[in-house]
Design a protein around this ligand. Structure first.
Ligand SMILES: [Mg+2]
Length: 232
């Protein structure tokens, strides 16, 4: 449990902090002689991109976890460290990821390496596991993103997945839908009013966070995290 005097912002890991897909693509193209590119991922359900079943895709992902593509060549998202560090005095940042328990230590090591002392904690949803590859099938080992947001009392989450954005919109004040990816370009069913897009960390820094930066402001501003008025 995170005990914080500062407002807590949950931050997703993959495609927000970590360039997971580019690493996965390098692995997949090398191993399966494919020519996948980032723009090909119109879905984050990978079997819908490269074929086969969801179970087979989950097996592939777990193979990927054991390669250097994942363990050594996973690059951080440009600008993330600088932006998060610049707002560390104002907010407490917690990683809230659907990643599996099986890669929890590797993830914590990666975070410590690329984002030292940025995050107060990291919570793992344990979705997409081998024994339960359907992310919508919640069992005792899994936690939903909204549950994790509530566990840390997050006022906002930054996430690239429209499905998680919609789920979390019910439990946080603001969802920042991160990035311009094929799979988040046109969410089916649209997005709740408290979901706002942010193209990258630079935009997040310049146009979203500053308007909600002052903890004591009572001004109502219409963009980004401005609804985060921590004076209440
Ligand atoms: Mg993600």
């Amino acid at each position: 449990m995170v005990h914080s005097e500062k407002p807590v912002i949950a931050v997703d890991c993959d495609e927000v902090l970590a360039q997971f897909l580019p690493a996965l693509i390098r692995y997949h193209n090398a191993k399966y002689s494919t020519t996948l590119e980032l723009k090909d991922f119109h879905s984050y359900r990978f079997c819908e991109v490269w074929g086969g079943t969801n179970e087979e895709a989950t097996e592939k992902i777990h193979d990927f976890f054991e390669t250097d593509h994942f363990l050594r060549d996973l690059a951080p998202m440009p600008g993330a460290l600088e932006v998060l560090e610049s707002f560390k005095e104002k907010f407490t940042f917690v990683v809230v990821t659907s990643r599996q328990h099986i890669i929890e230590q590797a993830t914590r090591d990666w975070l410590q390496n690329y984002f030292p002392n940025v995050f107060s904690d990291a919570l793992f949803g344990n979705h997409w596991t081998k024994d339960s590859p359907d992310p919508n099938a919640i069992n005792a080992t899994k936690r939903t993103k909204p549950e994790m947001c509530q566990a840390v009392n997050a006022i906002a989450i930054i996430d690239d997945a429209p499905s998680y954005a919609v789920q979390c919109a019910d439990v946080v004040k603001k969802v920042l839908l991160y990035g311009t990816y094929s799979y988040n370009a046109n969410p089916e069913g649209g997005l709740p009013a408290n979901v706002v897009r942010t193209v990258d960390w630079e935009e997040f820094s310049k146009t979203c966070l500053p308007k909600g930066l002052n903890r004591h402001t009572r001004r109502s501003v219409s963009c980004g995290l401005a609804v985060i008025d921590n004076s209440t």
